[in-house]
Design a protein around this ligand. Sequence first.
Ligand SMILES: N[C@@H](CCC[C@H](N)C(=O)O)C(=O)O
Length: 321
Amino acid sequence: MNILIRKCHGTANDFILIDEISNKYSFTDKDRATLAKNLCDRQNSIGADGILFLQSSTTCDAKMRIFNSDGSEAQMCGNGLRCIGRYALELLDKTELDIETLTAHYKVVKAPSLYKDIYTVQIWLNTVNFNVDSLPMIFDKEQCLFETIDELDSNLKVTAVSMTNPHIVTFVPELDNTLIQPLGEKANNLKSVFPQGVNFNFVKEIDENSIYVRTYERGCGITKSCGTGMTASTITFCLEHPECYGKDVTVYNDGGMIKINVTKSGDTYENKFIGNASYVFDAEIEIDDNFALENTISKKFYDEEISVYDEFLSYTRELTK
Ligand SMILES: N[C@@H](CCC[C@H](N)C(=O)O)C(=O)O
């Protein structure tokens, strides 16, 4: 069978987008999981951190489903929401809309460009829950705020927060992948603490209103950036630095930079998130009966978008030198 795909990214967290509204593919969830495992394989196939499926919704303008590269389905994806948000804004010819996810819904608005003419989207990731049951996380207190988890690492202080998908956040003096990789794997194998796995965010403070975040993601390992992870990290940064509430926090990552503004009223958080939603290429591909890539029939690159994003990335590297 032939399918149309669009390769896209939010701060280099890259996705294959499949539009199930315009194309009537009738995939089952098992098919979607197999497609994700096969097509996201960077060695033998197209390669991506996950697949975004755009579906119709009865409650919102459209629905996003996100499958990680290992085939598991996640509740939410902040970078994916901007990509699918852009796609849906263009498809439905709107400047703002609501996207349904597995467990919530989110507003998406086209925003002024972060840099030159990079397509930029504002989203509100307001689904924040510090109750450990919401991740779920097995812990002897209702919340895990700057606590050590002995089974994980008796030196690291972590904060657990659900963004509808599970996150833990820790502050480190340096971002070292030789520590992040094993700790991320360990946390995801620790089913007695994180029965559904966890996205593990490592945060380095850059200055009073900027941080650098690297995430070991459940279902795909270390990514260039994680949208819900950067939000969880910024909220945790604001817990430690309450003077940052209501201010734009610059969040650097291995794929560029975004901005998040957190406001808190009682136990409610409003998190305005501004970041790119960029296209890489459109392709028509042929997949076999096992949902593996058989043939690429056509491919068209978004050369100008790619080149301005490269420029933006170099600019952000200069800022973090
Ligand atoms: N990269 C994403 C999150 C994708 C899902 C995550 N790996 C999970 O399993 O929860 C983001 O930008 O938020």
